[in-house]
Write a protein that binds this ligand. Structure first.
Ligand code: NAP
Length: 292
């Protein structure tokens, strides 16, 4: 089975569009972009385009590379106090001279749609409900749930321990009663560990998972994004030992492709957060109607 994040995210966005028309006050996502990182600019433009397409207001504040930390924080404070703004996102990475932690701490946790602030991260770690769940792990769980992949009691190996993906993924999996192993660049015998996984979630940015080494019928979720030698977008899963897609689909239970898997789910998940209402209605409607 291919975990089709592209089709599922489209369905979610269509449903959000309908929900937005019912709201008196439109959600408003404000994104701050500091500097000239081309990849960040593409991500920010995609978020803005997606928001506008589904009726969510979106403002992008672009600041020059040499912006002082205090100036950036002033912008955040203004957005915190602006009642028309419902979600604030500061695009990472920030230029080196800016202390990321100070910036994150300045965001109002009630508008922290990325779940970066200590209050939201702390709540997540304590098993309390944060104002928002982190977008990529939330998108992954929505995708696994849609495809009816069981999580409770499964051994999930998470590769990568970043604050954006790996760590919050672990917390959310623990809350779903998975048994979780976390791997990173110092992990010894990665191949031996991934052999024991029912589900592998890889968020590294390098081809670290040799899929012929995984357990038969395991589920593979590819978060990684990198470019191959031909400049083509690729993920962490290395399928080069397989003859063709049929051989892959015979061997694994399911996998998410790159592109078209976790990436679109992350955007859909961000839009769900920005909508500021409970997602359960939207997701159960989709579960019933399918992706057609
Ligand atoms: P990150 O902060 O760079 O973290 C990468 C993690 O991979 C680190 O924990 C690192 O270990 C670990 N690692 C590096 N080499 C390894 C190896 N050989 N074996 C095992 N672990 C290794 O990255 P991130 O922000 O989490 O992003 C990870 C990847 O996911 C990137 O390709 C990024 O573009 C992509 N991403 C995709 C989405 C999406 O929506 N699809 C969202 C976010 C990120 P240490 O901690 O020991 O350094």
């Amino acid at each position: 089975m291919i975990l089709d994040g592209k089709a599922l995210s489209k369905k979610i966005l269509d449903e959000i569009k309908v929900e937005v028309t019912k709201l008196d006050k439109k959600p408003h996502l404000a994104v701050i972009l500091v500097g000239n990182d081309p990849a960040s600019r593409i991500y920010v433009n995609n978020k803005k385009k997606t928001a506008l397409n589904i009726g969510i207001n979106s403002t992008v504040i672009e600041l020059p590379e040499d912006t002082k930390e205090e100036v950036l924080i002033e912008h955040i404070k203004k957005l915190n106090n602006d009642d028309t703004v419902t979600g604030i996102l500061v695009q990472m990475p920030l230029p080196k001279h800016i202390n990321k932690d100070n910036v994150v701490c300045a965001i109002d946790p009630k508008k922290d749609v990325d779940c970066f602030t200590p209050e939201n991260v702390g709540k997540l770690s304590l098993g309390m409900k944060p104002y928002f769940y982190p977008v990529t792990p939330q998108g992954i769980l929505i995708m696994l749930d849609y495809y009816k992949i069981p999580i409770e009691g499964q051994h999930v190996v998470v590769i990568g321990r970043s604050n954006i993906v790996g760590k919050p993924m672990v917390q959310m999996l623990l809350q779903r009663n998975a048994t979780v192993t976390v791997c990173h660049s110092h992990t010894k015998n990665l191949d031996d560990i991934i052999k024991t996984a029912d589900i592998i979630i890889s968020a590294v940015g390098k081809k670290v998972v040799r899929c012929k080494m995984v357990k038969y019928k395991s589920v593979l979720v590819d978060v990684g994004i990198s470019r191959d030698t031909n400049g083509k977008l690729t993920g962490d899963l290395n399928f080069s030992d397989f003859k063709d897609i049929n051989e892959i689909l015979d061997f694994v239970e399911a996998f998410s492709p790159v592109p078209g898997g976790v990436g679109p789910m992350t955007i859909a998940s961000l839009m769900l957060n920005t909508l500021l209402i409970e997602h359960t209605g939207i997701l159960s409607r989709i579960a019933k109607s399918g992706l057609e």
